[in-house]
Design a protein around this ligand. Structure first.
Ligand SMILES: [Zn+2]
Length: 76
């Protein structure tokens, strides 16, 4: 399971760099990975998703739908 070092911030389009170091045993499905945007300084908590899961159609292996759901819930 690989996760990117840098993602693109959905809010401002700047680069968001990974804060969470890789676990010794490697990334596993369901792990939370935190990113810090260099543009708006927002923190993004991503969830590592199983690429074999039909519900995940992103090449990066993240479940963006769950990510957005978590984000929306946090802001309410
Ligand atoms: Zn941003």
């Amino acid at each position: 399971m690989e996760v990117p070092d840098v993602i693109t911030c959905i809010d401002c389009g700047q680069s968001a760099h990974r804060l969470t170091p890789p676990p010794e045993e490697g990334w596993e499905v369901g792990d939370f990975v935190a990113y810090r945007c260099s543009g708006c300084m927002d923190r993004w908590d991503m969830v590592v998703a199983d690429p074999a899961d039909e519900g995940s159609d992103t090449e990066s292996g993240f479940d963006f739908r769950q990510w957005m759901a978590e984000r929306n819930r946090d802001q309410k």
